[in-house]
Write a new protein. Structure first.
Length: 222
């Protein structure tokens, strides 16, 4: 049994999963962040399944891209609990988790990265990367995609749809997935645990894709 967390946006979530599948997903919406609310939701979720933290065999966390603070909160919680209980951690890319929640031979998850840019990648049906994760303006990202049938994967594609007008993907399929990303994170993580490939807490890293605002501002000034 593992606990998965996603705190990478204001629409966070938790999930419990084991080899039989995802047992429960809990949506946790918090505009003010998750550090002050997430533990209460974890305890309540475990109590519903008559579990304690010591009963969990590992932790998974959405590792980004997303809110820099949100990414750190989820990973820190997963790594801290794993450290206390002698467990291991799997850090799962948000884009990979999104791709796992869709169907198709070529899945293209996209997220708004702001500043006129998008986080994106492309995965085949076995979730192997065809286009590595990047942050780029929309048209530049589209230019990286192979000329194949594909499905775009998003929690809300409306912000991206207009940019497809006049491109070869104007009529491409779109898979809209739930915002509760902890479920797909758990589904990706379970076979990694089963294969003995989960990491010691200190080795689980964030997947920012782009540097933080502070780093970008420092570069501009110096």
């Amino acid at each position: 049994m593992i606990l998965a967390l996603d705190t990478t946006s204001e629409f966070g979530s938790l999930a419990l999963a084991d080899a039989a599948g995802v047992r429960e997903i809990v949506a946790v919406h918090s505009r003010e962040g998750f550090g002050h609310v997430i533990f209460g939701h974890i305890v309540t979720l475990l109590e519903r399944h008559h579990l304690a933290l010591a009963d969990l065999e590992g932790y998974a966390a959405a590792s980004g891209p997303g809110s820099f603070t949100g990414v750190r909160v989820g990973l820190t919680i997963a790594k801290g609990l794993a450290e206390v209980h002698g467990r291991r951690v799997v850090a799962v890319s948000n884009l990979l988790a999104m791709a796992s929640a869709a169907e198709g031979d070529l899945r293209v998850p996209v997220l708004d990265a702001r500043r006129g840019e998008r986080y994106g990648a492309a995965y085949d049906a076995a979730l192997r990367p065809v286009v590595e994760e990047v942050v780029a303006p929309w048209q530049k990202f589209l230019a990286l995609l192979p000329e194949r049938d594909l499905v775009f994967v998003s929690t809300d594609f409306d912000a991206f749809r207009a940019a497809l007008a006049g491109t070869r993907w104007e009529s491409a399929r779109v898979a809209t997935i739930p915002r509760t990303l902890a479920g797909p994170v758990a589904a990706v993580a379970v076979p990694i645990f089963a294969a003995g490939q989960a990491l010691l807490p200190e080795h689980a890293d964030a997947n920012y894709v782009r540097r933080s605002d502070a780093e970008l501002l420092w570069k501009e000034q110096y």
